[in-house]
Design a protein around this ligand. Sequence first.
Ligand SMILES: [Zn+2]
Length: 461
Amino acid sequence: MYICTENINIELLNKKFKRYTVTAALPYANGPVHIGHLAGVYIPADIYVRYLRMCEQDVMFIGGSDEHGVPITIKARQQGVTPKDIVDKYHTIIKQSFEEFGITFDIYSRTSSAMHHQTAADFFKTLYEHGKFIEKTTQQYYDEENKQFLADRYITGECPFCHYERAYGDQCEKCGTSLNPTDLINPKSAISGKAPILKDTKHWYLPLNHYEMFFREWILEGHQSDWKTNVYGQCKSWIDQGLQPRAVTRDLDWGVKVPLPDAQGKVLYVWFDAPIGYISATKELTDDWEKYWKDPDTKLVHFIGKDNIVFHCLIFPAMLKAEGSYILPDNVPANEFLNLENNKISTSQNWAVWLHEYLQELPDKQDVLRYVLTACAPETKDNDFTWKDFQTRNNSELVAIFGNFVNRTVVLTEKYFQNQVPAITELTDLDKAAIAECAKNTGKKLRIALNITVSVKDLTS
Ligand SMILES: [Zn+2]
């Protein structure tokens, strides 16, 4: 039996878009992925994409590993290996986890690819040549002991907004605010643990403050009714706080080299290059990539977790706007976080259900986890995953209710219809009443595929 629900999404009725480009946040390749990632980003994106494909829409579903940035170099340093060793290891684990859990990407790429380095460098160069950056020499924190500038997570300190004590130089993970290293109170080097000195260095900045009117019009006026309230609210609060220029380059040796002659030892900021990874991956997959990124009839949707809102709603759109030939995201459905047994999932404290470990314990139960994580998805608030709930949903909902339904269908088809699904004849009043009841319960119009339907009367007898 095959039931197709209709009218889930109003936009499909309007047929406003010719095609869809759907991206799912690039997981950071310095560790495996866990159930929080799956529930917040990858399952929702996959459901959306599967639905669009069922409706015979032209969809491009893009994923890949984010392989640059400071946490990777910190981990490599700690383990005495190269950053490449780290990303090769975790890219493989993450990619395999997504395959095992049926996330149906059209491509799962990585930002260390040659295609990506070229695309990101070209993107930077276009903005540079069109005068979209501010060039500034400023004093930045420097670790004298290790002779290294302290970008992003190489520096920690107190958040000036919420006073969380372990905020990073680029973002406070507690309140989500994006920061500059010099915003931190009592900064410390993450390498030596010592207080850093300040030293001159030149960088390129994207003046987000020049885009305030654009953001007000595009987000605050244009997407008040269709963006999720958590996403809209965060954007509004940042725009109202006043946007600042953001440095898009770093003093580091791991990343996409800044394609300018006077930029030795500098790479693109990971959050500048990572979202361009969606574009590079599309290019890697098809020569016909431009229609997925430049045609206004394409709907661009970014699935992310709430910690990525600032990058996907402000920084990346400002980059796309500055470049000028790209479409902007039509929606950014960010989810909240999933907790585990009432505690925040924590990579550093190893409090998580890692997907590759789940598969070792329950090797053929991917769909059970997909089902449970869909049922407890943190859509509008942080939600909790518990093993007790997992057990109940498996035993009572999947095995008892759904399993019994399938079993009855098969048994009755054998008993009354000689194992053949009969062609549908006239619907009885009881059939119609049952269909109407389904429609009422789901709030959606149901269409039952006529040629493979057993009589509803038999199912209920
Ligand atoms: Zn904070």
